[in-house]
Design a protein around this ligand. Sequence first.
Ligand code: THU
Length: 161
Amino acid sequence: MKEVKITSSYRVAKDITDLDKLDRALLLEAKEAAKHAYAPYSKFYVGAALRFSDGQIIQGNNQENAAYPVTMCAERIAFFTASANYPNKIIESVAITVSTTDMKINSPVPPCGSCRQVIYEKEYRQERPIKIILQGDKGDIYLIDSVKDILPLLFDASYLT
Ligand code: THU
């Protein structure tokens, strides 16, 4: 039997000063977006900010519901808002941040599987990778060149014949 190894990598920046101007600004937008998260149940405030190739930025944040599974993640709100309103624009990058009232989050929190799948759908549609920038309240920042790097052996429209 043959074994197949899937490898990927991402970069780690020590703090915001290691980022270029555009990435830094996007991360600050994500932190702003998290301020409007509606998360009374989890108290886990997620902010997402994505930048189109023309420089426009769209924000999203998690929106919870007393019927817990109805909750929607910050990333999907940002991506669906982008696709609903600007279907033909190219998304270059997305910054995602997380904070909670209980403690300081000192390391980045990666997007859930469903959000990864939604981010990939947009990559597939626009035929261009989307850079992902992750940070907690403070500390290390992860830079991921494409969601493919964190979604190995993914499913996409090419399997639908
Ligand atoms: N959440 C996100 O917004 N994005 C993710 O990728 C993972 C989880 C939200 C959903 C819920 O409001 C809270 O975080 C706790 O799961």
